[in-house]
Design a protein around this ligand. Structure first.
Ligand SMILES: [Fe+2]
Ligand SMILES: [Fe+2]
Length: 166
């Protein structure tokens, strides 16, 4: 379990680590924060493990080398997270495996029935709007993700994200 204070410090540390460009690049920390927000909203209904969803937001694109086609970046993000186990991350083996899978396959995996993995992927895909792509319900794994995609915007649900103090 990562305390809110530790999560904030961890977030800062990963943001300052090498291998992403500006905070506002399309796959940089600005995007991670929206994935965090989306994940928090989705998790209110999806039954996801919120801690894993929050760590996915932080790590899934953390080891991108650039904003182009960058195969393996999710796997590298998971490997980076693995190096922080026992110090910053205190997930059980089973929970870490969920995080690892969600990170490694977030680009290639299409849908997943596991509520946590599905929530991670939907949270990421709901931010496709930043690239001018309106997320489509058929690419969502969770019922809530499909509902938001059908609406065309997550805006009506933003109040559910709680206070994001990162
Ligand atoms: Fe990615
Ligand atoms: Fe992403």
């Amino acid at each position: 379990m990562v305390s809110p204070t530790d999560f904030k410090t961890l977030w800062q540390m990963v943001c300052e680590a090498p291998n992403h460009r500006s905070p506002f690049s399309i796959h940089g920390p600005d995007h991670w924060q929206r994935v965090l927000r989306n994940g928090r909203i989705l998790a209110t209904r999806s039954g996801a493990n919120l801690e894993i969803v929050q760590l996915f937001a932080l790590f899934h694109d953390s080891k991108r080398l650039h904003d182009g086609w960058d195969p393996g970046h999710g796997k590298r993000g998971a490997e980076y997270a693995a190096t922080l186990r026992g110090t910053w991350l205190h997930l059980s083996d089973d929970d870490f495996e969920v995080l690892r899978y969600a990170c490694e396959w977030h680009t290639d995996g299409h849908h997943h029935d596991d509520p946590t993995i599905g929530t991670c992927w939907d949270a990421d895909r709901l931010d496709l709007i930043r690239c001018g792509t309106v997320p489509e319900a058929e690419y969502m794994s969770t019922a809530f993700g499909r509902e938001i995609a059908d609406h065309g915007s997550i805006d009506p649900w933003l109040h559910m994200a709680g206070e994001i103090s990162l």
